[in-house]
Design a protein around this ligand. Sequence first.
Ligand code: DGT
Ligand code: CA
Ligand code: ZN
Length: 582
Amino acid sequence: MTRDDLADTLEEIALLLELKGENPFKIRAYRSGAETVRQFSGDIVALARENELKGIKGIGDALQQKLHELASTGKLAFHENLRAEFPESLFDLFKIPGLGPKKIKALYDSLEVDSIARLKEVAASGEMAALPGFGAKTAEKVLEAIAFRESNADRFRLGDVAAPVAEILDFLKSHPDCLRAEAAGSYRRAKETVHDVDFLVASSRPGAIIDHFTSSDRVQKVIAKGDTKASVYLENGLQCDLRVVSNEEFACALAYFTGSKEHNVVMRGRALERGYTLNEYRLGLKEGGDRDEPPVFESEAQLYEFLDLEFIAPELRENTGEVEAAESGDLPRLIEVENLRGTFHNHTIASDGKNTLEEMAQAAIELGLQYLGIADHSKSSFQANGLDATRLREQIGEIRKLNRRFAEEGTKFRIFAGNEVDILKDGSLDFDDEMLGELDYVVASVHNAMTLSEKDMTDRIIKAVSHPAVTMLGHLTGRLLLRREPYAVNVPAVIDACADTGTIIELNANPWRLDMDWRWWKLATEKGVKCAINPDAHATAHLDFLWFGVKLARKGWLTREDVINTLDLSEMETFLKLDPVS
Ligand code: DGT
Ligand code: CA
Ligand code: ZN
């Protein structure tokens, strides 16, 4: 049970009571209770578990009891009974953007909409558009949202699978008969979303490994179980496949199941040209061929070498030129997480972050970073409590003070005073030049008016990056993976403008974004544009997102030289034209 679990449950109760047409005061009590739980500064989950919520404003007696039951037992009878009054399929409707509780209630009451399938029907037939408060535009939006949902069905964000994958790998490796274990497939290639995860184990006792795998606490349902293969679902619906091979087969199997399919086709072609066959288990002799028996490969690297190739990092295996580069010895030396010295786009409690300046700095120091850029929101992002010039100047003062303290203590660490300045609808910035001039650096981002035409959006962003105060462009397309499509924008034109103006483009490492997309970085570096890998952290724990950022940067063929935040502190001070703190 987490804070979010508690708050989400209260919110869902409010929705269901609303659908039942219950007393608005009761509904409001649940809704504001959810808000209180989210905002509470102490450990609300522990307090609820220990039944010590008394006296907290906004949580009455009835809510205290319910939160206690939920936190101490993991469920709430009242909630479960309420849910049981509705078909399970109704709950999918809450995941359609643009359908709030009021609309869901109207659809449910007048058109008996209780599933996505029924929703699609009434949106397509014109019945929805005819309802008061709906209209043709709403119906169209709903249909688009359903189509988006269908095309993303059964996909998962890399950020949501990384933790379970690491746990399952540890669990597999804990078995005494497991010689080697890896997660292959799109996960290993660091795709931003994956359909399923393909585990591979080397063992001489496959049956024991398969039993072990399917008995994991993480496994919710076993889909199929054979002598050397098994497929399961985890609690979050992610499908995981396991294949067990012999230790001799492991290297070829790992290469095969890492893919991509397109990369494999080219590899198999190379093997054939040399008189061999290549399948998921081994390199073999081509029928009628006159070659010697091929060796057993202990590692993927040996297989690549045998086919006259440099080792190709899994992130690059998409058949976008990596085999040609490996043949001619021109593969880039990819960036590694250890190369990062600092990072920029990060938030604090001054806007919508969860931690203070000092806590964020401390966390960055513990990660071994030498600098941390603070870029809270600007005033137009009022929903994120953006800062006006007065508050921003105050923050700059606090940063200077902390920096002097670091210098006095002899800590080699500096906070850079920046801001994530909104790019307004017309491409101008949310602060005047005087304010911008007081900052160490500026991240410029689009946060509103996302439905402009492609031309208007492109002009808007180009105007912003052309402002001399802008150091870098934040999350270029505004996409939220599996949730919101990128807005319409001409990415190559923006890359050209950034090249002309010397503006850095951010690789936003938040697993919801991973924006700019990895497919564009080759073009950007060809044009001489630099990358900044930024976690867009809203809490200290989010600094770990840098790990996803580096994975995706590697997927975009980026080297240490392409990524600006590999500069050390004094190089970065020079780059930002700042005097060292004295
Ligand atoms: P996804 O959809 O996110 O799960 O993507 P992948 O790449 O993990 O695809 P998956 O799980 O269907 O298969 C894992 C790997 O196995 C894939 O990357 C390449 C290999 N593979 C699967 N089917 C074929 C095939 O028909 N031909 C070849 N050459 N390779 C295949
Ligand atoms: Ca897969
Ligand atoms: Zn932002």
